[in-house]
Design a binder for this molecule. Sequence first.
Ligand code: ZN
Length: 271
Amino acid sequence: MPELPEVETTCRGIKPHIKDNTISKVIVRNRSLRWPIPTGLNNKLKQHTVTDVYRRSKYLLIKTDTGTLIIHLGMSGSLRILDSTAAVEKHDHFELQFENGICLRLRDPRRFGCVLWEKNDPLQHKLLVKLGPEPLTDAFNAELLYEKSRKRKTSIKQFIMDANIVVGVGNIYASESLFLAGVHPKRLAGKITKKNATDLTAAIKKILKQAIKQGGTTLKDFTSSEGKPGYFKQELKVYDRKAEPCVNCGKAITQAVIGQRSTFYCTHCQK
Ligand SMILES: [Zn+2]
């Protein structure tokens, strides 16, 4: 599933191709994504120029002077830059064609993604307005994590995965960050110390930055028509390593289920 690092990498990958480029046609081949793709997009967007491409949480925002497309890749979505004449595959549901002959094509076999339209500020859209801060900005910091966690009786793992607290900490990143910070995933959020909050905030930023950096090298080819860009598998220290030795102490990694999600940790290194 595309996580925040993949979406950030996708954003950086497609932006140079479509920013300042004028849309010639919008093609919807299958409207039935998670929510129906709105009708009338071709009339709204043709002859308009893309003025910016940016990301908020896992939403990609394609801005024009008339409004913004909000795209989410769901479970299996991917975006590629292709020649407009490139053969269309079965799951290619949506595309923007541009005056210079290229297109931005969305493929989404499982159709959990979405393409929405917002003529006003997209950050005020109902799906985006309540989201917590971006993990890689200064708005996400140890003080915020500590203060928001007070009196919370949920596990620290579920707490950092809550998009109202901070966006983009998916299941794998949560396990990896907690390991790096030495915090047990089942600790109650309200019981973490200030030092834990500092270590955990730093760990989340480090793990996500690493993943984005890695994405830049493994996901750089957005112009290939060969299937979808391969979402990157990063180097994992605890996730999916049940019973394997901890890289720090050699003790076997434990697997547990917290909030219906698989969690991996070291009982010796994480308290
Ligand atoms: Zn260990």
